[in-house]
Design a protein around this ligand. Structure first.
Ligand SMILES: [Zn+2]
Length: 232
């Protein structure tokens, strides 16, 4: 293989390595985490926390209601059992009973409100759990596809690397140094094909003598416009 053909081949390999490496980085990033799953999980956890807080409050209020019921029962018994005869004491008991009945009634309203809130929050938790499950299922599929792509990319890159080494071994150090430097300074395009008698990159017309040398010779010819290596 002549020197320019080898350089052209090297550049084709290097460009694919660049492209595959960039894609591999994107795949790795996508595999590392998915913000949609995190967001869905955070929302679900927040709703679940609200629900468990509400349930705890409801249980406390229910306990409060039980002890109020016991107190009411006790007051009723004392008031109507006939064991208390003193009118002043009876009046006091009666007022106490009324006060506890009012407390119980207020508590009933609160209990209804809480039960309503529990029901609504439970509904939101169900919706959120469902949406989290969907997001997670989709993520599972994505991860599978991404893992497969990751494997394919790594295999291809290993293959390209071997090809690259082989191609570089065919070139002398001066040609490689020139090529590497042009790749760095010319946006990855060190070698460019002629388009008729013009440079395929910058479009400058290449003198006929140079065109002939590019087409026939086994030598590096630079574009007079952009300084890239010209290939037939
Ligand atoms: Zn040029």
């Amino acid at each position: 293989m002549n020197i320019v053909a080898a350089l052209w081949q090297l550049q084709t390999i290097d460009q694919e390595i660049d492209e595959k490496t960039q894609r591999l980085r994107q795949v790795n990033k996508a595999l590392a985490g998915d913000l949609t799953v995190v967001a869905a999980s955070t929302t679900l956890a927040a709703e679940q926390k609200k629900l468990s807080d509400l349930r705890a409050t409801l249980r406390d209020r229910e306990l409060e209601a039980s002890s109020l019921d016991a107190k009411l029962k006790e007051l009723n018994q004392r008031l109507y059992s006939g064991s208390v005869a003193n009118p002043k004491e009876l009046d006091g008991l009666s007022k106490d009973l009324e006060m506890h009945k009012r407390l119980r009634s207020t508590l009933d309203d609160k209990l209804l409100e809480l039960m309503d809130a529990v029901e609504q929050t439970q509904a939101r938790v169900d919706v959120q759990a469902n949406s989290f499950k969907q997001v997670e299922t989709k993520r599972g599929g994505d991860v599978e596809k991404l893992s497969h792509e990751h494997e394919t990319l790594e295999k291809r890159l290993a293959h390209l690397q071997a090809d690259r080494d082989k191609t570089r071994a065919q070139l002398d150090s001066t040609a490689l140094r020139t090529y590497d430097q042009l790749r760095r300074t010319k946006a990855g395009r060190a070698v460019v094909q002629l388009r008729r008698d013009s440079c395929g990159a910058c479009g400058v017309t290449v003198p006929t003598g140079l065109v002939n040398r590019v087409r026939t010779g086994n030598e590096i010819v630079f574009c007079t416009g952009c300084g890239r290596i010209l290939a037939p």
